[in-house]
Design a protein around this ligand. Sequence first.
Ligand SMILES: Nc1ncnc2c1ncn2[C@@H]1O[C@H](COP(=O)(O)OP(=O)(O)O)[C@@H](O)[C@H]1O
Ligand SMILES: [Mg+2]
Length: 233
Amino acid sequence: MTDKAIIDARDVDYTLDIAGRPLHILRKVSLRVAPAEVVAIVGPSGSGKTSLLMLLAGLEKASGGQVMVNGRDLGAMNEDELARFRRHTLGIVFQSFHLIPSLTALDNVGLALEIAEPGLSMAQIRDKAAAALAAVGLEGRLDHRPSALSGGEQQRVGLARASVANPPLLLADEPTGNLDQKTGAVVVDLMFDLARRQKTAVVMITHDPALAAKADRVYTMTQGELTENPVAR
Ligand SMILES: Nc1ncnc2c1ncn2[C@@H]1O[C@H](COP(=O)(O)OP(=O)(O)O)[C@@H](O)[C@H]1O
Ligand SMILES: [Mg+2]
């Protein structure tokens, strides 16, 4: 069973030492996500949602428990292995887009692909990056720099960048946090449609229960404890 999950986090604790005193950020968090499953996490600000995503991305280390992603135990990997793991396994979508301002949409996506798959030719990179942008409806914006794009368009570039190398897992931390509600809903629909087409698993953090309801399953984080919401049927 375990090797079938894209995420299998068990009894994960995350505790920081703040001025000599322990700050318990996550307590016995367990999360199982199947390949191609789309999961949302809601919960108040400061409850530990971003911290959990950082652990799943191998950007922070758990203090206890085990974090398995794509069959790999992240706690047992060194920095080089984690960097390689991130390049091949993950796409990350950020609230504040994090596009490179001096690069066009095409080059923002192309650069991410070049890093994930260094063997590709320039022509292959261009074609795949253009296809990823077309998949999010931006075929007419390839040569635009971020400053010439709306917020929703910038986040669609962010989505194309995260998905261009076809990773098995997308992590999204409040991807609609800088967008109005209508634009946010369009971006989430695009992200989930894309994920379902490419059979990519998604873990999306959101404040918006209406957006969370579009996921297959929803969890709530409360003061570092994660619980699965009952399925409304
Ligand atoms: N590096 C850090 N140093 C100190 N406190 C931190 C650090 N990272 C997170 N925290 C604290 O952990 C708690 C959870 O933070 P976070 O995971 O960002 O929550 P959320 O994403 O749900 O808003 C907050 O109280 C935050 O202040
Ligand atoms: Mg957060």
